[in-house]
Design a protein around this ligand. Structure first.
Ligand code: AVJ
Length: 355
């Protein structure tokens, strides 16, 4: 039976990740709130204008940025097992057919590997990518249609963090929700739990979630070469692409809000916060300076004063231990069914079952 939770039953999501239906207004409001708070912050979703999305695609191909290629390698090695596990028969569902939905699908470059495995197992598969970006969904659709025969693509434009997913559940299929790329790492532990609870509220018991999580460094453990320097390099690449990605948020505020940030007076910083188990990205002011933001839909003009060395905190990227992944899933209404890692233990792909 189709299951449509009332929106009022969905858990509340912290306002720093809300994307309102009017993006220009959402951006102005987000920027005002973040830059007038102490310490100054900007939400990571602000990175992804056209330039930022292009820079992110470049990041995924950098030699230092191991995340994307490691997750892809895990999919290549284990796709058939992942799909078999998600299709495991149960008493009242002896021969499940999967429908795949993907949260924040982007251009779906890694998803084809899983879709091909689903087609091998069941002949055809319906794929529902969900993203706030129409451009990304068009690219995803093109990519899958061109490369993976047997897939029916049904795009959904939505903000999965706040809106009920327009699931359009097909009768007699089981859902496999994909949330890959360690996108969950952008959220604080509380917000991550709320995002997964929101998803869980729209699934049925027995549906599954495939969650990609970047792993915390294992200092001293001989089975891993991942230490803090590996992590730091991934966010401080030699070619400076991550620095450009970070600074682009200021360029975006200049372009879209008429702000007057001088990009030469801010420097990209990525640090490892071991206490919180996260990489933090900052834009640090090199000099004492004042920046002006003109009046906009969110209110009147304002000025920002920076001390030398003061920073804007632009992103958190949480890194997980397997135990922490399990706690997150359990607190969101899932059980961890199975986990796959690469041989170096850099990244984990987790299959969780809705309870
Ligand atoms: C898309 C959130 C997974 O945290 O590694 C890459 C974004 N930031 N380099 C990450 C990012 C800087 C990325 N996520």
């Amino acid at each position: 039976m189709p299951f449509t939770p009332a929106v009022s039953e969905l858990p509340e999501i912290a306002p720093d990740i809300v994307i309102a239906s009017n993006p220009a207004e959402a951006i102005a409001g987000e920027v005002r709130a973040g830059l007038t708070s102490i310490p100054k912050t900007l939400s990571p979703w602000l990175f992804y204008d056209e330039t930022g999305s292009r820079l992110f695609e470049q990041i995924t191909e950098l030699p230092e940025y191991y995340l994307t290629r490691t997750e892809r390698a895990i999919f290549h090695t284990h796709a058939d097992e992942i799909i078999a596990e998600a299709s495991r028969p149960t008493g009242n569902d002896p021969a499940p057919i999967l429908t795949l939905i993907e949260l924040g699908a982007g251009t779906a470059t890694k998803t084809g590997i899983l879709l091909a495995a689903a087609v091998r197992r069941q002949g055809r598969v319906v794929y529902q990518p969900v993203d706030v970006s129409v451009t990304a969904l068009e690219a995803a659709t093109e990519n899958i249609r061109a490369n993976v025969p047997g897939v029916t693509v049904r795009c959904q434009v939505a903000d999965y963090t706040t809106q009920a997913l327009p699931l359009n559940r097909l009768p007699n299929t089981r859902t496999l929700a994909l949330y890959i790329g360690s996108s969950i790492g952008n959220f604080s532990p509380d917000d991550a739990r709320d995002v997964l609870r929101n998803l869980r509220a729209q699934l049925l018991p027995g549906d599954t979630l495939l969650l990609g999580t970047d792993l915390a460094p294992l200092n001293g453990a001989s089975s891993s070469t991942k230490d803090e320097s590996t992590l730091l390099a991934a966010y401080n690449d030699d070619a400076g692409v991550t620095a450009a990605f970070n600074s682009n948020v200021l360029a975006r505020l200049n372009r879209e809000l008429g702000a007057n940030f001088n990009l030469n007076r801010f420097i990209h910083k990525a640090i490892w916060n071991s206490e919180e188990s996260r990489i933090e990205m900052h834009l640090e002011s090199l000099v004492p300076q004042r920046v002006h933001i003109p009046e906009n839909t969110s209110g009147s003009a304002f000025t920002l004063d920076f001390a030398a060395g003061e920073s804007i905190h632009t992103e958190n990227s949480y890194k997980f231990t397997p135990a922490r992944v399990e706690r997150l899933l359990t607190s969101s209404g899932f059980t961890l069914t199975r986990q796959w890692q690469d041989p170096q233990h850099f990244f984990a792909v987790n299959l969780a079952t809705a309870v």
